[in-house]
Write a protein that binds this ligand. Structure first.
Ligand code: NAD
Ligand code: GLY
Length: 364
């Protein structure tokens, strides 16, 4: 049996049932799936992946599931454009045709697109089927697979249709990172450093110290960075599962980032790239308010730059362009744009009073 590097728990004990679940981080986990997923036994499986990930990792998952079990394998074309109701409907069709029941386990093998879509399909299937996350991108491992936000895109915007539906386990097989392109790895690293900025100054310092090891994908250092990121996310989700307040801090850099993704056209900037740039804007505004030192802006910028992440917004975007795009974002609260700033390194705060002038100064 593979020995995990780390095992964490997302504690969700409120309500009628205990919905807590493990996050297991280590090598060789996909091939040893049954050992880490609670009550998998002979449960039928709806296994969803895409045509990039399938040739790389599907065979080991299939082998781990054995030959006796009913497995409905769904291999989607790669791409964010699959994250829609049409594809969700295709998953439901296949699951119904194969006579799956609510006890069937949906499995998401892939990045955030497969994870969000499969989780959403599971949330709606027979009013809520079981599911687990097998994330294969760094971004999915440190962010999207944890916390139960599932959903699809709508013509009117990204992630507008969805449900909170927690997985029963998240298995992070570090071996999958070996095939991940550098650009995708860097995009995930933006979310990693986000956790240091908003919750943990020691983790931020540790990341800066280990920049070279992280860039070189040193296995033990990357595993520790993933584990700390997941631990922070698990803690925030445990306190505020449905984003009544605190969970919104996880959107650090995202309000500006979503504006960039929207204006530049989805897919041209990766989500993590837009978040990197968004965090720079939010950190500059925090610094100009005197809440964090100017040196922090430089340290964050150097870290992001080391991974080739963008630290300056596209030249065609003015402060007004940002404001217009952000007004359409989900994070608008009673008509006011909600921003996450830092009132010190490691502590995020929500505000709704950022002026056009402050944005203009931060993007200059
Ligand atoms: P993605 O799922 O599109 O994956 C990026 C690319 O990497 C794809 O081409 C994919 O096929 C490929 N890939 C995946 N694993 C690989 C591997 N091991 N080796 C080689 N290639 C691999 O993108 P993503 O960045 O993982 O996720 C982005 C999505 O996640 C967006 O839809 C975003 O809205 C969503 N998201 C959700 C949450 C949440 O809380 N639910 C949080 C952040 C982002
Ligand atoms: N990715 C933000 C959240 O899960 O709340």
């Amino acid at each position: 049996m593979s020995i995990p590097n780390h095992t964490l728990q997302v504690e969700l004990r409120g309500g009628v049932e205990d919905r807590s679940y493990p996050i297991v981080i280590g090598r060789g986990l996909l091939a040893d799936l049954g050992a880490f997923v609670p009550a998998l036994d002979d449960v039928p499986v709806v296994l969803v992946t895409n045509d990039t990930v399938a040739p790389l990792y599907l065979p080991r998952v299939r082998a781990a599931l054995g030959t006796e079990r009913k497995v409905t394998e769904i291999i989607l074309p790669d791409g964010e454009d699959q994250k829609d109701l049409t594809t969700a409907s295709h998953i439901w069709q296949r699951a119904l045709e194969d006579r799956h029941e609510r006890r069937s386990m949906f499995m998401a093998l892939g990045g955030g697109v497969v994870g969000d879509l499969t989780g959403f399909a599971a949330a709606c299937f027979l009013r809520g089927a079981r599911f687990i996350q097998l994330p294969t991108t760094l971004l999915a491992q440190v962010d999207s697979s944890v916390g139960g936000k599932t959903g699809v895109n709508h013509a009117m915007g990204k992630n507008l249709i969805g449900a909170f539906h927690q997985p029963e386990a998240v298995l992070i097989d570090l071996d999958t990172l070996e095939s991940l392109p550098d650009r995708e790895f860097a995009a995930g690293m933006a979310e990693v450093v986000k956790y240091g900025c908003i919750c943990d100054p020691q983790f931020f310092d540790w990341l800066i110290e280990h920049t070279d090891a992280l860039r070189g994908r040193d296995g033990a250092v990357v595993a520790d960075a993933i584990a700390r990121s997941c631990a922070i996310k698990a803690e925030v989700v445990a306190k505020d599962e449905r984003e009544g307040g605190l969970r919104a801090i996880l959107n650090y850099g995202h309000t500006f980032g979503h504006a960039i993704e929207q204006v530049m056209g989805y897919g041209n900037w990766l989500h993590g790239e837009a978040v990197a740039c968004g965090m720079m804007i939010a950190t500059r505004i925090s610094a100009s308010r005197g809440w964090v030192p100017d040196a922090l802006v430089e340290r964050l910028s150097d870290f992001l730059d080391a991974f080739g992440l963008p630290v300056a917004p596209p030249s065609e975007m003015s402060a007004q362009t940002f404001l217009d795009a952000m007004a359409l974002d989900k994070k608008v609260d009673e008509g006011r744009i909600r921003y996450v700033l830092l009132d010190r390194l490691g502590r995020a705060t929500l505000v709704n009073d950022v002026s056009c002038e402050e944005i203009a100064e931060a993007i200059a």
